[in-house]
Design a protein around this ligand. Sequence first.
Ligand code: GP9
Ligand code: MN
Length: 438
Amino acid sequence: VGTDMDDVLSYVNQNYAKPNPKYYGAAKGKNIIIIHLESFQQFLINDKVNGQEVTPFLNSLYGDKNTMSFDNFYHEVGQGKTSDAENMLETGLFGLPEGSLFSKLGSDNTFQAAPAILGQKEGYTSAVFHGNIGSFWNRDNVYKNMGYNYFFDSSYFNKTDDSSLEYGMKDKLMLSESVKYLEQLQQPFYAKFITVTNHYPFQLPEEDNDGFTAPDTDNSAVNNYFLTAHYLDNSLKELFDYLKSSGIYDNSMIVLYGDHYGLSNSQNPALAPLLGVSDDDWSDFNDSQMQKVPFMIHMKGLKGGVNHSYGGEIDVLPTILHLAGINTKQYVQLGTDLLSKQHDPITIFRNKNFVTPHYTVLKDSDGNPEVYRNKTGEQVDLNQDPILKAKVTKWQKYVAKKLKLSDTINNKNLLRFYTPTDFTPVDPKNYSYQNEIQ
Ligand code: GP9
Ligand code: MN
């Protein structure tokens, strides 16, 4: 175990990207609000159907000068889906190659996660709001190990016959009911809202649609996806209105991200014509482009704009901690700050496919690399380009090494042997999420 941890620490040291002084501490002492946009893909931003904007509110944020918006940001989840996305954002480590880390290891592993770091370093109170039962994805155990002070699951919300869909409370109801709890949290707080309504099979009751007209492809999941995404967008507007009227907005940094795709590769050909691509021309490269999800950081006074850096969910934690003015050098986190000049742009999917600023490298069915130029989407013949071929081999090794390090840390629970200076290991017994309010 000694040598495993030595490898990890030497990698983390070498890979460290120092913060950009322009952004370091820009959100120091502010509340941090994370909004998890269920199944929300980047292509929806500024997309129109029948002349109507699908997500007018997110579009307004995307173009706002106080929002840093990324347009080359990818989800990096595996089978753990939502839970893998949460895991990356909270811990800076990848999910597992198979199954969900939350479910498999989340009850026992040692975490050095965002709520504990922010709590110990800067006195943050932490809370999660989610309209599903607390045991889904083993959250009730995982959050204790991460040091979350509060977990407002479905038991905290008023339920009626039609307030919930398959994955829990409708977003508008969950978000508006969360307000009374949010107001009572000691500031600064680190609060995460996990939405659910934009989840497959995307069934939005008629009464929850404000008149948006779905496209009419012959794939109903594709059509309905636009309706639930539009509903989610409306819900966010309502949450922002509340944050503004309560004054919380002025003192908060709001981070929004899409957790993973909503439409799977098998549904993409039905979507293709809506994106102006003929379904015959739809390629593996197009599928890989559909793994882009939003990542936006919004804060009054933030110098924003559309940022074209390549990155993914693994990079979020160091980005946020640096904005909060917390040095990350001593933590075992595998991503790098997206705002750092030293940011590592090689963006790794959990299946070892990856994207660099110029190329997308996917495995074909025989496991050989298929390389595409990001700019044009055309495939490169590696036999005609030995220099690129050598680079691809080098990148592949790097990608495999990084994922393997993550798996070793997680599978061997290595963080129990390494405690960063000034960090107190989290004792889950100090946390209880019993609902004593109702
Ligand atoms: C359920 C929700 C959905 O609580 O977070 O998870 P997913 O199916 O997207 O992994
Ligand atoms: Mn999800």
